[in-house]
Design a protein around this ligand. Sequence first.
Ligand code: DC
Length: 233
Amino acid sequence: MRKKINIAIDGYSSCGKSTVAKAVAKALNYFYVDSGAMYRAITLFALQNNCFKKDNVFDQEALVRVLDHVIVSFKYNTESGEQEIYLNGQNVEKEIRSIQVSNHVSAVSAVKEVRQKLVRLQKRLAESKGVVMDGRDIGTVVMPDAELKLFMMADHAVRAKRRYDELKSNGLDVSLEEIEKNIASRDAIDTTREIDPLRQAEDAVVVDNSALTLEEQFQFVVGQAVKRIDGMD
Ligand code: DC
C-alpha cells in the first residue's frame, strides 16, 4: 500500500487555504481538518455563554473555567462529502462562519488554554497520517514533521473579495468594507499574538495564489504531495 503523508497548509485568513486543502484531501482520499473551524467553534461557545461582556470585553477566565466541558469534533456528511464541525454534539458548520464569530475568533484563539486544548486534539487527529490540515501554526506547532508544508498568501483585495463572495453565496448579509476591516485586524492579531503566531515554517513551500486559478493551485499542491509520497517508497 502507498505510504501516507501529512500535509500542513498555513497562511493568512481568506487566502483560499481551505478550498485547496479540501480538494487535495478528496483527491488523495485523506482526512481534511479545518483547524480554524475548531477555534471558531470555541468562539461560538464563548459568545453563547456570555464570555463577552458589555462593550465586547472578553472574560477569558470565564471561558477557561468551562473549557473542559467544550467538546469539538468532526463528522463526515455523506451528502456533501465533507467533514462538518460539531460543538457539544450540535452541528455548527454554518453558525461558525458568521461575521460575529469572525470578529471575536482572534481574541479567543490567543488564549493559551484554548490553544493547548485544540493543538492536543489536532496532533491526535494527525497521528495516523493521511491528513491535510490548514490553519496558522500547523507546519510550525501542530505537525512540525509534516512531509509537505505550504504557506499560502494572496493580495489583500483578492482575499477580501473571495471571502465576500463566499459569505454572500452562503446567504450572509455582509459588506465588503466590513470584511476588509475584519481581515486586516485578524492579520494583525494572528501575526503578533504571543503564543503560536502565524509564521512561515522554514521548510514550507510558499504559494502566492493571487493570480492562480483553483485548478492551478490544486495541480501544484497535488504534484508536490505526490513527489513526497513517491519519495517515501
Ligand atoms: O482559518 P479561519 O479564518 O477560519 O480561522 C479563524 C481564526 O482562527 C483565525 O483568525 C485565527 C485562528 N486560528 C488559529 O489561531 N490557529 C489555527 N491553526 C487556525 C486558526
